[in-house]
Design a protein around this ligand. Structure first.
Ligand code: MSP
Length: 642
């Protein structure tokens, strides 16, 4: 346990706002949340920060494709990310967005300071660029002429850019890593970065781009924008209120970070660039970085094109929040990748949540109600089997604490379930239903049930960071407020003579066949939606929104001062309309008169060269040949086109 005032600053990576985050990204938020909750239980003054990384070429392109501004685009996705983090119960203290004004302003200052002190210099970047990964590669780094990270096409580009001098800090960085052996965990990933990137010699890092605009402008050279990593990494200090002029209360209190939680793919950036940036700024380095593994779908990387992406909100709909937290945390080992499948989710849900944990709590609370009207008293009629249970509870708590401390959440969960299973076995061994039938065994029965309820309380405390709502639910059922980590170091803190509440199941068993069918169905709906998206199909209702009518051109006159525009008068039978149209290069006035054309009649009016244009004519072709769509034969003017 720590001194109450000791601080603990913990962060996740900030997620890209290019697309909705999948369960892999969400796992990171859940994992970090579990550690943050645990640290709070230990008594630390925790500051937990997470957020979104919102600049870059890819986002600019996606926004262009979606025909909205980049800010609108990132507002949408950042909102989605935040709501998913909220849905899974992430207890962050701050959600930072790199488009937040204070962040942008500080990043500008950081860039300028590093430039002025000679750590950033101007040069040229020439190389192969992967837009989705936002990374440059040399020829030799490419794999089959494709991006070595994602396998997609790369483009050759040369542009003026600013660079951060990394080589200058290489020795200091290595020394820091050597002197702080647990700076980066796991050890295997740390070694990989030292051997593959630091020891061969650090290449200077490109920190600005001028070929796109969606980024934080370089203060003294605004045709450049800050290229992602200086922008993104700075979030860890700007979010605490760090600026040059004023470091801010939270920065002074919480920096350096006690733990950055990130995925293995971005360890290089956190283990090399971030410490070097901080050294250059003269600020202390983070204490620990933990690079977790990859969450795979079965054995494969999740990707939209493979159609195997799983989203946390879908899992929550299918299984609930706590089951999603439990499953993702317990499927990810400390130093390796984890794997997720619907089948294994259902199987673990049924066996570990519904059967093992759910039954233990349900049976025990029900027996307390059945045999003693809910009031259990510890009569201390002790047998060997009790001692075994109590001894295991003690080791479980010790091991659990050790594992949580080492960030081995999967193994900590395993420790909890050892105790859950042992408790179920204890019920089978002590057979309360047999004791209940014997008048002389009532004190023994009380003791057995007390031991069970107390073990359940210990389990609920350990579950709190993993499954907060389930933990609360158990506390409610056993009617206890003894929730502290301290309280589980001693067996027996549950108040004897407490009345438990009515038993209610924690997890309903899932019918595997039905659930898999439900999942299949939702995938079918998704596929249909995707297909429609791909081909840009519209529904009949959408088509119906466009009103098309037959009209006749009565007059055509050139609009003064333009080379293209005619001002047309169109007869729609019941009304006449003025429409300005760019037909000069394609038709003479005479050719236009009396043509029966198709008019979009419910288009919002527009002012063109001072003339109110009220509709549009349908035409085909572009470039040199444009032809009006005309109507063949005798059709009434104003007739609806369908
Ligand atoms: N924006 C950068 C991080 C900048 S931090 C200063 C980024 N964003 S991301 O959205 O691509 O990823 C967010 C986090 O999710 C990263 O830590 C990344 O490693 C992690 N993961 C991405 N895919 C993952 C899995 N399939 N499984 C587990 N974690 C995954 O990187």
């Amino acid at each position: 346990m720590c001194d109450k005032k000791e601080k603990y600053y913990i962060t996740t990576a900030i997620a890209y706002t290019s697309k909705k985050p999948h369960i892999g990204n969400t796992y990171e938020a859940i994992f970090t949340d579990a550690i943050a909750r645990y640290k709070r239980m230990q008594g630390y003054d925790v500051f937990f920060m997470t957020g979104t990384d919102e600049h870059g070429q890819k986002i600019q392109e996606l926004a262009e494709k979606a025909k909205i501004s980049p800010k609108q685009y990132v507002d949408n996705i950042a909102g989605e990310i935040k709501s998913i983090w909220d849905l899974v119960g992430t207890s962050y203290d701050k959600f930072i967005r790199t488009t937040d004004n204070y962040h942008e302003e500080t990043v500008k200052k950081i860039f300028k300071k590093l430039y002025e002190q000679g750590d950033i210099y101007k040069g040229f970047y020439e190389g192969w660029y992967c837009t989705p990964c936002e990374s440059f590669f040399t020829e030799t780094q490419l794999v089959d002429n494709k991006c070595p990270d994602c396998g997609r096409d790369v483009i050759y580009s040369k542009e003026e850019a600013y660079f951060l001098k990394l080589s200058k800090y290489q020795d200091r960085l290595l020394k820091y890593i050597e002197e702080n052996p647990d700076f980066v965990r796991p050890e295997s990933r740390k070694k990989e970065i030292i051997n593959n990137f630091i020891k061969p010699g650090l290449q200077d890092l490109c920190v600005s781009r001028s070929s796109f605009t969606w980024g934080i402008p370089v203060d003294f050279d605004p045709k450049h924008v800050t290229y992602v990593w200086i922008d993104a990494l700075s979030n860890y200090i700007t979010g605490l209120g760090y600026t040059f002029d004023n470091k801010g209360k939270n920065y002074l209190k919480y920096w350096p970070a006690d733990l950055h939680v990130i995925g293995k793919d971005i360890l290089r950036f956190h283990m090399i660039y971030w410490p070097i940036m901080l050294m250059a700024l003269g600020e202390p380095l983070p204490k620990h970085i933990y690079a977790h593994g990859w969450m795979l779908f079965g054995q494969d990387k999740m990707s939209k094109s493979r159609g195997n992406v799983i989203y946390a909100d879908d899992l929550v709909k299918l299984f609930g929040v706590d089951a999603t937290r439990f499953y993702s945390l317990s499927e990810m080992p400390f130093a390796q990748d984890g794997s997720i499948t619907y089948e294994s989710f259902i199987s673990r849900y049924n066996s570990e949540l519904a059967n093992t944990l759910g039954n233990l709590v349900n049976r025990t609370v029900a027996m307390c109600n059945k045999y003693f009207e809910g009031i259990v008293i510890n009569k201390n009629i002790v047998q060997d089997v009790d001692k075994q249970l109590i001894a295991l509870a003690k080791t479980s708590v010790e091991n659990y604490n050790k594992k949580m401390e080492e960030l081995k959440v999967q193994e900590a969960i395993h420790e909890i379930w050892e105790l859950v299973r042992r408790s179920n076995k204890y019920i089978d061994e002590t057979m309360p239903w047999v004791l209940a039938k014997d008048e002389t065994k009532q004190d023994r029965l009380n003791t057995v049930l007390y031991n069970l309820i107390e073990t359940i309380r210990i389990i609920a405390v350990m579950l709190a960071p993993i499954m907060p709502a389930t933990s609360e639910n158990i506390f409610k059922q056993i009617n206890s407020d003894e929730k502290t980590l301290d309280s589980i170091n001693t067996f027996g803190k549950y108040a004897s003579n407490t009345k438990v509440q009515k038993a209610s199941p924690l997890f309903e068993r899932i019918d595997e066949v039905k659930k898999l069918e439900e999942i299949e169905k939702s995938k079918e709906v998704e596929t249909v939606e995707k297909e429609q998206e791909k081909t840009n199909l519209i529904s009949i209702d959408e088509l119906d929104k466009v009103k098309l009518n037959v009209g006749k051109i009565l007059e055509a006159r050139r609009v003064e001062g333009t080379n293209k525009l005619y001002c047309l008068t169109i007869d729609l039978g019941t009304e006449k309309r003025t429409i300005v149209s760019g037909l000069v290069p394609y038709y003479t006035e005479e050719e236009l008169i009396n043509k029966k054309v198709i008019v979009v009649t419910n288009l919002k009016p527009a002012k063109l060269r001072g003339i109110d244009s009220n509709g549009m004519l349908l035409a085909a072709g572009d470039g040199d040949i444009v032809k009006l769509i005309t109507v063949d034969g005798d059709v009434e003017l104003g007739a609806k086109v369908h």
